[in-house]
Ligand binder design. Sequence first.
Ligand code: TXA
Ligand code: MG
Length: 344
Amino acid sequence: MSEPRPTRILAVDAEIPDPAAIDEAARVLNSGGLVAFATETVYGLGAVATDPEAVARIFAAKGRPSINPLIVHVDDVDRARACVSEWPAIADQLAAQFWPGPLTMVLPRSFAIPDVVTAGLPTVGVRCPALLVARNLIARCDRPLAAPSANRSNRLSPTRAEHVLADLDGRIDLILNSGPTSVGLESTVLDLSTDPPRLLRPGPIDAERLSEALGGHAPILPSTDSSTDRPSSPGQMPVHYAPRTPAYRVDSAEEYRDRPDLAGWAIIQFGPEPIEPDARTARQICLDSPERAAHRLYDVLHILDHLQPPGIVVVMPPDRPEWRAVRDRLLRATRPIAERPRSS
Ligand code: TXA
Ligand code: MG
């Protein structure tokens, strides 16, 4: 084992990135290093996707199981096409409509993409991020970048450089700090290698918009109950993206009121109508719309982990399409309250 090296941080504007900072980050990446950078969704931990040794370092730094494939980030369609062996017309249409942006398309991979990136799968996920700092970096490297979210495996995704540093300090070479991310929730993952396409991970681009773009053909949706389902895609584990604080979910405010043992806990709720404030609660957080919830969810969970209440109780948003992506992450971040003994 080599000695941990301190992680350097370079501040850079997200929309007007300083070319000198991009040059330096590209130099680190092209010599096999790891650089965390922002996208519009969450911070990614990048390595050159065509360099298997560099990609292996991502798995080591994150403690990520080698069966969990990485998304390959590109700066345009041409670079995406070089990563795949088939680029169907529908990929062109989806790219025209949603790229650059938070859509990952899974397609048969080309020989340019090594096994370690895809965990040996015959497919690869490709995505062109909207944030300019990410695309400038890929362009400057002149190579696709494999980049999972820049957190230790099974921890919360980072929406700020500070989150990356807290998880990965000494394990990666550089963080490009361009401030908080705007979308806040990981990209939608759509598998186009099957017919019909399958939604592997709900995200900022919802199934309804995808159906429209697919000419009215709805993609196959993942099961809504991820706690009992088998992972829909490798890496989509039932408990994932979890805070360190014990976190449980209830379906209604009544279910919460019925639990006096939750005194002193923080409560997170969703939708426009906050429940009656409760003297028992340490903090009450209300995220009123799906967009705001996506934007703030990980940040709020990071803050609560810092404040260390005895626990977090999440009042689940309704099981409706507009809340699908947020519900998916909440189902992975929490356990059902029934799993907590009342006496403890
Ligand atoms: O928004 C995002 O997608 C962020 C930013 C950094 O781009 N990245 C991200 O990566 O969330 P990660 O590694 O945390 O999640 C990647 C997801 C996993 O659920 C993985 O299983 C799935 O994409 N995935 C990647 N390649 C796949 C493939 N070939 N087949 C099926 N699923 C795949
Ligand atoms: Mg992740």
